[in-house]
Ligand binder design. Structure first.
Ligand code: MOS
Length: 734
């Protein structure tokens, strides 16, 4: 029997075992243990699984935007070289299962097409090229219907969605009255465009059947959840699906749910009796997975002359397909970042015939803080108060909506330390006042905030007679460093150098982990390893005949009193324990979030309007930092996403049919090296006992929160121009 150590986070964990580990590897900026495999090409990604006799699939997608599908003609395609079959299953291919909590099969399809490029069929051939070629020969009969493509045209026809990551609607006090009574107000609208996660690795599934058991290799962020989704979509039991995803080349939310390639590969493999691989092209990823919704955000701030907020409003309109509940929760941080007794935070959805909108890195803050943190900058300027000082004056001592305390909150310290390090005192608060030749120079800042969450999960940790530890969970490493931090936690708690810890991830045969999403991955999966190790420590103490408190585990030795024993010799045939974490009352009776501050310096060309980001600093407090290097990399990536949101990234939808105009990396402008200067990241020392036994909070998405707003505020300081329509491209700055 493997013992299970379960913890529900009902109470703070005041004493973390990580504090008295003898290995001293926690927090260290160790290189990724999977790094050598990645750079030598031996880390196997989804598309690199090559089962014998594998056929290749290519998705056929709707060449029209909205209407009834009345016929599909595939005979010509079937007659083409190498083609094995054309699988038509509009019910099940058509839509990604909705993301973020649901495990239903795709709802739509049913011969009704809802967006341009919706997957309808799969051509299966001997080679990828043959399948792609034949896909062009599949034709459709359809009866077009009028679609809804123009966001602004339908902006006053909205639905109120069900609550998501944040409540869809929150109202307290009387904001209208507060706005009338205020000495100074801000009431402006910001807009952000649709975006695509654009992970380096496209979506992929390789499916094969063994009797009634389906195995899929692919690129997935949340194995247990997606395993269930796939089983539901195919009418299988969860145990009939074996899902494997050891390495993921980025997901950023786009791989939280299974996509059409996964269902299509599974069905095609069944029907053809062969393994089938479906790799999305870059255009498939853009057209037919998920986008971040465009947003229209009205921010209202009501303040007195000293800058104290009496009211705050954040009304967001997003877009999604009919019947989909996901909304971009742009008001997420507005719920708790600043005080003010009169509050409105609302979200509404416009129904449009555009590709499904879903989670993309920091769903909510990534878009919302582009508005809120610029509104705060506008308020500071109107009041003649320094923007950092304005934020400090509105730093509440408890959650302004729920009245619960913050579990930990070092916003003020982040602002102050960042200001010192960046040289904020050298900023000229007067806009357009600093010029170097043909460049206007400006400095701006913004706050960062992102809620911390615990997701339920499990891991098994085993000690072998050889004195090694093996960590097993279906948790994923989406480039974030999961392999490394789990090895650090197990190594620290079991007294093993981390080269004696093996970490096995991304396999649904392992205990179900929390998956990688919502910045909960490290905290939640790290806790499962912690809890398993806690039990193993007790077992080792028992074998040593000592109290666990008197046990020291170091360099593969168990040490108690005067005895030092090889760990491997204490475990018999091997010892295993399962750690299990669940969210609990600390998630309700405290407000848990990570905080930070972003600083940016830009140069804007007076002739061309071109923006050059010169330098940027992010200062973050997110509880215990588990690995300084991987944490820093997360923040660098987040800040880079922020730069993209501020300056370059925009999905353009054709106004006539919703079709994406720029559906590849040549036309969708991700910031590249030339756009990104030296970025600096700094962490403040913090522990959060309410978060989890590691006392660590999520960090993945904190880096993006507010980053783009700091750039926008710097552009205002440089030019005196407030552009509230992202991205801030040169044409808007002239
Ligand atoms: Mo994240 S957008 O929850 O992968």
């Amino acid at each position: 029997m493997t013992d299970t150590n379960s913890l529900t986070m009902d109470k703070p964990v005041e004493h973390s075992l990580l504090d008295n580990g003898a290995q001293h590897v926690i927090g260290k900026g160790l290189d990724r243990i999977d790094g050598p495999k990645k750079v030598t090409g031996t880390a196997t990604y989804g598309a690199e699984f090559h089962p014998d006799n594998c056929a290749q699939g290519f998705l056929v997608r709707a060449p029209f935007a909205c209407g009834k599908l009345t016929g599909i003609h595939s005979d010509a395609a079937k007659a083409m070289p190498g083609v094995i079959d054309v699988i038509v299953d509009t019910d099940r291919f058509a839509r990604n299962p909705a993301q973020g909590g649901e495990t239903e099969a795709p709802k739509q399809g049913v011969s009704k097409v809802a967006y341009f490029g919706e997957p309808l069929a799969l051509v299966v051939a001997e080679t990828f090229e043959q399948a792609r070629d034949a896909a062009q020969a599949v034709t459709f009969d359809f009866v077009p219907e009028p679609g809804r493509y123009d966001f602004d045209k339908y902006r006053d026809q909205t639905d109120i969605p069900a609550d998501g990551a944040a409540p869809a609607q929150h109202s307290q006090g009387d904001l209208e009255q507060a706005m009338r009574d205020a000495e100074v107000v801000i009431d402006e609208v910001w807009t952000t465009p649709s975006q695509n996660s654009a992970a380096m690795e496209p979506h992929v599934t390789v499916a094969h059947w063994d009797g009634d058991t389906l195995t899929v290799h692919g690129s997935y962020q949340m194995v247990a959840y997606q395993q269930q989704s796939l089983a539901d979509a195919l009418g299988l039991k969860r145990e009939q699906v074996h899902m494997i995803s050891p390495y993921v080349g980025g997901g950023f939310g786009s791989k939280l749910g299974i996509s059409s390639e996964c269902i299509a590969a599974a069905i095609a493999a069944k029907q053809t009796g062969r393994p089938v691989k479906v790799v999305m092209t870059r255009q498939n990823v853009f057209d037919a997975t998920v986008r971040r919704s465009n947003t229209h955000q009205r921010i209202r701030l009501a303040a007195d002359r000293e800058g104290r907020l009496s009211g705050i409003g954040h009304d967001t309109i997003t877009s999604n397909l009919d019947g989909e509940d996901f909304f971009e929760p742009a008001g997420l941080a507005t719920h708790f970042l600043y005080g003010g007794e009169n509050r409105e935070v609302n979200h509404a959805i416009v129904r449009l015939n555009r590709v499904l909108s879903g989670s993309m890195r920091a769903p909510g803050e990534a878009a919302g803080m582009l508005a809120l943190e610029c509104a705060m900058d506008e308020l500071a300027e109107k009041l003649g108060i320094d923007p950092i000082e304005l934020r400090k004056r509105n730093d509440p001592d408890k959650d302004p909506e729920k009245g619960v305390p913050y579990s930990s909150r070092k916003l003020t310290q982040c602002l102050d330390e960042g200001a010192t390090k960046f040289g904020w005192d050298k900023r000229n608060p007067k806009p357009a006042a600093v010029r170097e030749g043909e460049w206007l120079i400006g400095i701006g800042m913004a706050a960062a905030a992102r809620p911390n969450m615990v997701m339920p999960g499990q891991a098994r940790v085993s000690l072998t007679p050889e004195g090694r530890a093996v960590v097993q969970t279906d948790m994923t490493d989406i480039g974030t460093g999961t392999y490394t931090i789990l090895a650090q936690i197990a190594g620290e708690l079991l007294g093993l150098p981390i080269d004696r810890v093996d970490v096995e991830l991304g396999d649904s045969d392992n205990p179900p982990g929390p998956g990688s999403g919502g910045s909960w991955g490290a905290g939640s999966s790290g806790s499962t390893v912690y809890l398993a190790c806690e039990t193993l420590r007790e077992k080792i103490a028992k074998a040593m005949g000592c109290d666990v408190g008197d046990l020291t585990l170091k360099d593969g030795q168990a040490i108690a009193a005067n005895r030092s024993v090889e760990l491997g010799s204490l475990v018999g045939d091997g010892l295993s324990a399962i750690g299990k974490i669940e969210p609990g009352e600390t998630g309700e009776n405290t407000n848990q979030a990570g905080y930070g501050a972003h600083f940016a310096e830009v140069a804007v060309n007076v002739t061309t309007g071109e923006v050059r980001l010169r330098r940027m600093l992010g200062v973050f407090a997110a509880g215990r930092i588990l690995n300084e290097k991987t944490a820093r990399s997360q923040c660098l990536g987040g800040m880079t996403f922020g730069i993209g949101a501020a300056l370059t990234e925009e999905l353009v939808h054709d106004g006539n049919n919703g079709k994406l105009v720029n559906r590849d990396l040549a036309e969708y402008h991700l910031p590249v090296n030339a756009d990104v200067p030296q970025l600096e990241v700094m962490f403040l020392e913090e522990r959060d006992p309410y978060a989890n036994p590691l006392q660590a909070k999520g960090i993945g998405e904190l880096g993006i929160s507010g980053a783009g707003a700091a750039v926008a505020n710097a552009i205002y300081n440089a030019t005196g121009k407030r552009v509230r329509d992202y991205p801030l491209t040169l044409d808007k700055l002239l």
